[in-house]
Design a protein around this ligand. Structure first.
Ligand SMILES: [Zn+2]
Length: 317
């Protein structure tokens, strides 16, 4: 038997143009969607159509004046916002809202019982976005807003976010570091070697949130078994003790050996294995409630392959 798996994608996501030189380019989603169609996965998935997220949910996580400055930067047709990495076009504000909306529509479908789990093929990505700072190609923290939405709209007590993007999700960590109801676990390249420079093992949360942030930095050239060992021996026991009501995955595929932006050595099969271990956990502990949100990944072939595998894992019962 197969699960009902949601798939969020919208052609409008292609309209966010950070500049022709930029690695976070529309072709990333074109490649994913083409594979989903050509592989016939599209026939098995529930295609979920996003609307722009209501401002009230965005400002639940981001400062209102930050949101307004971003809106104005797009309206004035600036080409970057706050950081040289964050290229924008006139439509970027609307499309960033639509990316958040993609995660929210997945949360709705999950909580209404329409789907068991979902994959959100959205851009721009989100995990570097701080409360009032755009960074690392990210403007709104899609996964963080989704976690708050699940808690406040649907009353979920505990949400866990596992972030396997090769870069540390500084934004997500900082938004939840004092909060014991959202566990943030990140596996990433050693911050002394790699953007954004946060995510040491010593960063474990603050105040009431102490112990609910877990960082696993890896030296450059770490591979599948390095990651899988940490997933099996550290991540799964921590998740099991936390007992989340929903698992969210900040899924960057830029730890793959062929990714141009980092120095990790994961394979396609390594990513699939990580997905299968987390899916097995979610089946046992939280009714297979998984919302996977695309973050980075800049080699198009790797992206297509890894997303296809991940969708099969979400569909498997
Ligand atoms: Zn990344």
């Amino acid at each position: 038997m197969k699960n009902a798996t949601g798939y969020v994608y919208d052609e409008r996501y292609l309209r966010h143009d950070p500049g022709s030189w930029h690695p976070e380019r529309p072709d990333r989603l074109r490649a994913i969607h083409r594979r989903v169609v050509l592989s016939d996965l599209i026939k098995e998935l529930q295609w979920l159509h996003p609307v722009e997220a209501p401002m009230a949910w965005i400002t639940r996580v981001h400062d209102a004046d930050y949101v307004e400055r971003f809106r104005q930067a797009c309206e004035k047709q600036y080409t970057i916002f706050q950081s040289p990495d964050n290229g924008i076009c006139a439509e970027s504000f609307a499309i960033a809202r639509l990316a958040v909306g993609g995660v929210l529509v997945a949360c709705d479908a999950l909580m209404n019982g329409e789907v068991t789990n979902a994959f959100c093929a959205v851009r721009p990505p989100g995990h570097h976005a701080e409360r009032a700072q755009a960074m690392g190609f990210c403007f709104f923290n899609n996964v963080a807003i989704g976690a708050r939405y699940l808690q406040e709209k649907y009353g979920l007590a505990r949400v866990a976010i596992v972030d396997w993007d090769v870069h540390h999700g500084n934004g997500t960590q900082h938004l939840f570091e004092d909060d014991p109801t959202v566990m943030y676990i990140s596996l990433h390249e050693d911050p002394s070697q790699c953007y954004p420079g946060t995510g040491t093992k010593k960063e474990k949360g603050v105040g009431a949130g102490l112990g609910y942030t877990l960082n696993f930095p890896f030296p450059p050239r770490s591979g599948d078994w390095d990651y899988l060992e940490i997933i099996e021996e550290e991540v799964i026991p921590a998740l099991a003790a936390f007992r989340p009501d929903c698992l969210m995955i900040s899924a960057g595929f830029d730890a793959h050996a062929n990714d141009p932006l980092a120095h990790m050595r994961l394979s396609r099969e390594g990513y699939a294995r990580m997905g299968r271990v987390l899916a097995a956990f979610a089946k046992e502990y939280c009714q297979f409630r998984v919302i996977t949100v695309l973050e980075g990944g800049y080699n198009l072939e790797v992206l297509e392959d890894c997303v296809e595998d991940h969708l099969h894992i979400l569909l498997s019962s």
